[in-house]
Design a binder for this molecule. Structure first.
Ligand code: GUN
Ligand code: ZN
Length: 672
């Protein structure tokens, strides 16, 4: 099945590549006839014939204009047909054109057919054109949404038949019905389009229905091919960009920069300001540093509008750059959580993302450069927390557990700070458990339960949260503990944990525990547990069942390498505490994990390159484990499941299968 999908899509998906990922967000490059676009990108809307601002001077690499407005005006049409659209609007870079669908949604009618407008866009030399989709508004009757969706799909198909070389947008419609959005996305994804806008969301944004916007976007993107950029049509307010990017949107268009300026409003990353209310100019752009609010208010309308538009562009492009930075350093969620505090309904949208945790977790890279910063109860829903709670189940339970409170991280180096009052809340006093039968687990917000052996792993060691807990965190950890301790015969709890997370409500009887408690972390236990957590249950045994030698860093005292005799099995990476495989580790893991787990399967052509240790390009991959995340240690095999090489995935399993451009795996070593 995977293989067939891959071959079907092999046709023309050659213009987009992902460079960095965070959340569902991607920093990528999109190639067009007039140049390459770095995504996420903001495309200022250019009004043909009316434009007064040179948007390229303020950071625009790509713009969007309206082919229908050009088509309808005799003078503009003739000029565009003669000199091309780039000359007409005086922009040499990539130009996307819209088709008149928005005018259709405003006025109920347009004076052009789908075929005519597609052909026209090709003739005027647009880089990416758009078919005449029907923007079905939110909350219409289902019947109407279905009927219009059919027409949108027919027109998309027709556009493909009409176009020659033109790259094409194909807009996802379906009103506010998630299943119709998904159906539309899937159908369009199987056709040969280059970009997928998500349409008819302007009415949702205008009325602050961001919660529904999340449903519309998530039900669309999860059915669109990962190998094509998505454009959130009509989204031009910078406070929305980071959330949309975290959901997988790559392109935005802004008419807002000029429309808000016309209305004497200033766009800001966390909301909108009215010029009439300003005592001070609020930012550091050239407009805000060169003029006072009084000077601007006293100006003639047109000059003021252009200056405010420049501010609006500066702020919007700064936000886009901030998002690029956040994706590359792995702090996109932190940015989203800040921005979503700009408006209560944005916060509501952020909270709605909880319903898409499973999907978001698959796209979010498990290892990042940035620490996880807790910013409030919404952080409890982040993919990192969800993933940890799943992965911690991979660790086989022991007889007994000792629950201790947080200390300074890494916890195992600061155990002397733990208060010494403990209670036994489950099990018998005469239960003879030795230290080996006892799991020591730290209880903390937001990750809940952290077996002490995992205390150096990302993000369990690299996170910060306030020591004064909010009610949501307390309840969540209480629920996590409720499930976690079910598997243990004996549960001993620090008084502090008992009190903080209200375990006494559930366990009213408790024994004071007076025996001396010895807490030691065994090195072999530690490496096995990390491997189980990282690669799946039993992987620790499979990798380290022989008599292993553990080599520690002389400087930090932390585990660095694990050998069997002279043979290196794996190295524990200092920055995030995860295992990087060596040849022997890859062989052992390959023997243990059943096909296709943790594997990327390459075709015959790529086999010699893989064996030489060359990186694996997505187009050579014919199958892979769909559960692979980006930045994981993966096994590279051929169709007979012979191990060829191993390396680090750049994309997740779904993306690897979907892409035909760019790298899929950065190979560490071949020659296996
Ligand atoms: N601009 C804003 N919304 C839409 C839409 O749904 N379709 C098209 N083609 N353009 C838009
Ligand atoms: Zn400014």
């Amino acid at each position: 099945m995977n293989r067939i999908l891959k071959i079907l899509r092999k046709v023309k998906n050659l213009n987009f590549e992902i460079k960095y990922k965070d959340g569902r967000g991607r920093v990528g490059i999109l190639k067009t006839p007039h140049g390459t676009i770095k995504t996420p990108a903001l495309m200022p809307v250019i009004h043909p014939g009316k434009q007064t601002i040179q948007v390229a001077d303020y950071g625009a690499e790509v713009v969007i204009t309206n082919a229908y407005l050009i088509y309808k005006n005799d003078e503009l049409r003739e000029k565009a047909l003669q000199d091309g659209v780039h000359e007409l609007i005086n922009f040499p870079g990539p130009i996307i054109t819209d088709s008149g669908s928005f005018q259709l949604s405003l006025y109920g009618d347009v004076e052009v057919s789908n075929q005519e407008i597609v052909e026209f866009q090709e003739k005027i030399g647009t880089d990416i054109g758009t078919s005449l989709d029907l923007p079905t508004p939110p909350s219409v009757k289902r019947e109407r949404a279905e009927k219009e969706l059919k027409i949108t799909l027919q027109r998309a198909q027709e556009a493909l038949e009409v176009r020659k070389e033109l790259m094409l947008n194909s807009v996802v419609q379906g009103s506010t019905f998630p299943d119709l959005r998904s159906e539309c996305a899937q159908a369009l994804g199987e056709m040969d389009f280059q970009v997928h806008p998500i349409g008819a969301v302007v009415p949702l944004m205008e009325s602050y229905r961001y919660h529904e916007l999340v449903d519309v976007v998530m039900s669309s993107v999860s059915y669109l091919p990962d190998s094509r950029p998505r454009h959130l049509m009509g989204a031009g307010h910078p406070m929305l960009f980071s959330l949309a990017v975290a959901m997988g949107c790559d392109l935005f268009d802004s008419a807002a920069y000029i429309l808000y300026a016309e209305a004497d409003r200033l766009l800001m990353p966390n909301g909108t300001l009215k010029l009439e209310n300003l005592y001070e100019m609020p930012c550091s752009c050239e407009v805000c540093t060169n003029y006072t609010p009084d000077e601007l208010r006293g100006m003639e309308k047109e000059k003021r509008r252009d200056l405010l538009a420049i501010h609006n562009l500066r702020v919007s492009f700064a936000e886009i750059r901030m998002i690029h930075q956040a994706i590359i350093e792995g702090s996109l969620w932190e940015l989203v959580e800040q921005r979503c505090r700009a408006h209560p309904f944005l916060l509501e949208a952020l909270r709605n993302l909880k319903n898409y945790q499973d999907d978001l977790e698959k796209y979010d890279p498990p290892y990042k450069k940035s620490a996880f910063f807790y910013s409030g109860p919404e952080s409890l829903n982040r993919p990192e927390v969800h993933r940890h709670l799943e992965r911690v189940k991979r660790i086989p339970p022991k007889k007994s557990v000792l629950l201790i409170p947080r200390t300074t991280k890494p916890y195992s180096e600061h155990l002397h700070h733990i208060p010494l009052e403990f209670y036994r809340i489950k099990g018998e006093p005469n239960l003879e458990n030795s230290a080996e039968d006892r799991q020591v687990t730290v209880v903390d917000v937001p990750f809940g339960v952290i077996p002490l052996e995992l205390d150096q792993l990302y993000p369990l060691a690299q996170n910060e949260s306030p020591r004064i807990h909010d009610e949501d965190s307390i309840l969540m950890v209480k629920n996590i503990l409720h499930d976690y301790i079910k598997d243990f015969e004996e549960v001993i709890v620090s008084e502090k944990v008992l009190r903080t997370f209200r375990l006494d409500e559930e366990f009213p009887t408790k024994d004071e525990y007076s025996e001396p408690l010895e807490i030691i972390v065994d090195d072999v236990e530690r490496i096995k547990m990390i491997a189980d957590y990282q690669f799946g249950s039993g992987s620790g045994e499979a990798l380290f069942n022989t008599s292993v030698q553990i080599v520690k860093s002389r400087k930090t005292g932390k585990i660095r390498h694990v050998y069997d005799g002279d043979e290196l099995i794996a190295t524990l990476r200092a920055s995030d505490g995860i295992f990087v495989l060596a040849r022997e580790g890859a062989r052992r893991l390959h023997r243990y994990l059943p096909y296709p787990k943790n594997r990327v399967v390459v075709n015959e052509d790529a086999e010699p390159f893989a064996r030489e240790g060359k990186s694996i390009f997505a187009k050579f991959v014919i199958n892979c484990d769909i559960n692979i995340h980006a930045k994981e240690e993966v096994l590279i095999v051929n169709e007979e499941d012979q191990l060829l090489a191993f390396g680090k995935s750049i994309l997740n399993g779904k993306e690897i299968l979907d892409f035909n451009t760019g790298q899929a795996v950065k190979t560490r070593k071949g020659g296996l």
